[in-house]
Design a protein around this ligand. Structure first.
Ligand SMILES: C[S@@+](CC[C@H](N)C(=O)[O-])C[C@H]1O[C@@H](n2cnc3c(N)ncnc32)[C@H](O)[C@@H]1O
Length: 264
């Protein structure tokens, strides 16, 4: 599978990220919290908004749906995956009619602009820990004074534990998967010489793997979590992975952590 983590493959007309979304209420629950946050932040006309790694755009669209009489917003939606960017262009057509939406097909690293943004969203981006100071430093530069950066990542939930356990087996070495705690550590360090305020929220959700009905989808989701093709798993690891999820009846608890970083 890919090494960079964004070439989400199309399988049977859907990306594996979308396969995962069919079996979890993560976006539904998380978008309620994000909607409440955005309602408070998007309080003026023509504010500018950047969503980095927007995926298929559904998370942001659902969150905006929570807001009655949304002010006019200028959205920039950034997405590097060729498959997801096609879905994103379709979803963008269903964004609030009073707003403008620009879809940019690029990684964040290659994204250049002369604009600064009032709100930046970085939700579930697969950056490694060592890259965080550089990527968050760039996000803060793109943020206006009094603007707010919203970072969403997992807490140490079941999916996180699953990743740590089996990625380590597959890679043959200790594996690290990003959590919201790592994110906050980086911003606490930045806050030593930058004026930042940091607020935290969290929301729980559940993934129900279709163990009885659709093993193909179960395997796609496992591939998505571990970023490796099933054919490349050693036989013994395949068995242990399946035993692990069977023992939990296919249910994995998830917790999204939110860090709201305001530039003051
Ligand atoms: C798990 S999905 C999350 C999508 C969406 N933000 C959400 O929370 O529903 C991760 C997204 O990050 C994107 N991504 C991966 N690497 C990226 C990079 N270097 N720059 C920007 N986006 C990236 C992927 O293509 C994918 O859309």
């Amino acid at each position: 599978m890919n090494k960079v983590g964004f070439e989400y493959l199309d399988k049977k007309g859907e990306t594996i990220f979308e396969t995962f979304l069919k079996y979890t209420d993560e976006k539904e629950k998380s978008s309620i919290v994000l909607g409440k946050i955005l309602k408070r932040l998007l309080n003026k006309e023509r504010m500018t908004f950047l969503d980095i790694g927007a995926g298929n755009g559904e998370y942001l669209r659902l969150s905006l749906k929570q807001i009655k009489s949304l002010k006019r917003v200028k959205f920039t939606l950034l997405e590097p995956s060729s498959n997801l960017v096609k879905r994103l262009r379709l979803t963008a057509k269903n964004f609030p009619l009073n707003s403008t939406v620009k879809v940019v097909h690029s990684t964040f690293e290659n994204f250049t602009t002369n604009c600064q943004f009032d709100v930046i969203l970085a939700s579930h981006l697969p950056f490694t820990r060592d890259r965080l100071p550089a990527v968050f430093g760039k996000m803060l530069k793109l943020l206006r004074l009094n603007g707010c950066l919203i970072v969403v990542e997992r807490k140490k939930d079941d999916v996180h534990k699953f990743r740590i356990r089996f990625k380590s087996q597959l890679m043959g070495k200790e594996c690290q998967a990003l959590t919201i705690d790592d994110v906050v550590e980086v911003f606490d360090e930045f806050a030593k010489d930058k004026q930042l305020s940091i607020l935290m929220f969290s929301v729980d959700s559940e993934l129900h793997l279709p163990m009885a009905d659709n093993m193909q989808d179960v395997i796609s989701i496992i591939e998505f979590f571990l970023n490796k093709k099933w054919e490349e798993f050693p036989d013994n690891v395949r068995e242990t992975v399946l035993d692990y999820v069977r023992q939990r009846k296919g249910i994995l608890h998830q917790t999204d952590g939110f860090a709201l970083v305001k530039k003051i």
